[in-house]
Design a protein around this ligand. Structure first.
Ligand code: LMR
Length: 333
């Protein structure tokens, strides 16, 4: 009885203290769809650590990985409604929000390497895309890397012809849809959290993703082949709700910007190694066969997929594509 009373008293005290604590502490819910062991997962955890440190605990960051709170589409809605304060969706997922220019990043083979990609993100193109977000009540805080994509399937997809009739999962991007159609495949838009099961049960034949995402979601355990195509890129925009961001005290916002800058450097510094390690782990698992394309096979894929650039010009904007191509030329490509 005495214990019960003590518990009751404790609870009453907690309730009394609750509002005071809540008033002083700003909570940032950061939701994402991948595991904590990915470049994005590690970037989010780094941001939490630094944001809490630099604000002396006045800000608490709660990271919700692995679609624990929301799936792809819902998380964007949740951000706009203010149910979460931070996300890092892949650049392929902004079309449904009405900012289709982000899909320029999905164009196959548009980036010859990550240096060009980062120059584009840090330059006028990256800035312009973030300006577009503001009209949707969203502030773009940073670009985070993941890596170049591989294909996975139960069929050894070596040449464009092999893709005919394959049901391949894609993210919700019209450019990715056009890319799969250019190969004669049947694109299936699906939330990331549903992909493993869809592969396991045969709802889809395969998909495309980075080695890090394939490995951490165990997709390699339910796919017979992984084809090292490097045909496209997956990266992220870290975003926040504009109303929330603007309402923060200036000193807090400055500390959060500092934390974001350092978390970004961290995420971008580890992304390549995370993907290389994931590829090695997939290989070591022996659960899927890794196919390396010959130079001729690579060329055939490239020829088939480059047709998508012209087709998608009016959707993503010729100006943006030209700006990226200019950056590639400047880098000597
Ligand atoms: C996917 O949906 O395939 C990826 O974009 C998931 C992610 O956030 O990396």
């Amino acid at each position: 009885m005495r214990r019960l009373l003590a518990l009751g008293l404790g609870a009453a005290l907690l309730i009394a203290a609750g509002p005071a604590l809540a008033q002083n502490q700003i909570v940032i819910k950061f939701s994402h769809v991948v595991t904590p062991e990915t470049p994005k997962g590690k970037g989010a955890d780094k941001f939490k650590e630094l944001a809490e440190k630099y604000t002396d605990g006045r800000v608490k960051v709660e990271v919700y990985p692995n679609s624990q709170l929301y799936k792809d589409k819902e998380e964007l809605e949740a951000l706009q409604l203010g149910a979460v304060q931070m996300l890092a969706p892949s650049l392929a997922k902004f079309g449904p929000l009405g900012v289709r220019e982000f899909e320029v990043f999905d164009l196959p083979y548009i980036f010859p390497d990550k240096k060009v990609l980062q120059a584009v993100e840090q330059g006028p193109v990256g800035k312009k895309l973030f300006e577009k977000l503001e009209t949707k009540g969203i502030v773009g805080l940073a670009y985070w890397d993941n890596g170049f994509k591989v294909m996975t399937s139960n069929k050894p997809l070596r040449k464009p012809d092999d893709y005919k009739g394959q049901k391949l999962r894609i993210q919700s991007s019209k450019v990715l849809e056009a890319q799969m159609r250019a190969l004669g495949a049947l694109p299936q838009v699906m939330a990331f959290s549903e992909v493993y099961q869809a592969m396991q049960t045969g709802v889809v034949d395969g998909g495309e993703n980075t080695p890090s995402n394939v490995f951490t979601q165990k997709m390699h355990e339910v796919q017979k082949y992984l084809i090292a195509t490097d045909h496209g890129y997956i990266g992220y925009a870290v975003i926040t709700n504009k109303k929330f961001w603007d309402s923060l005290p200036q000193d807090i916002r400055a500390q959060l910007e500092k934390a974001m800058k350092e978390a970004t450097d961290h995420a971008n510094a580890i992304a390549q190694k995370e993907n290389d390690d994931a590829m090695a782990a997939i290989k070591a698992s022996g659960k899927t066969e890794i196919i390396t394309l010959t130079p001729e096979e690579k060329k055939a894929m490239r020829t088939a997929l480059l047709t998508v650039h012209k087709e998608m010009e009016s959707r993503v904007g010729k100006e943006l594509m030209d700006a990226i191509n200019k950056e590639s030329s400047a880098a000597g490509y």
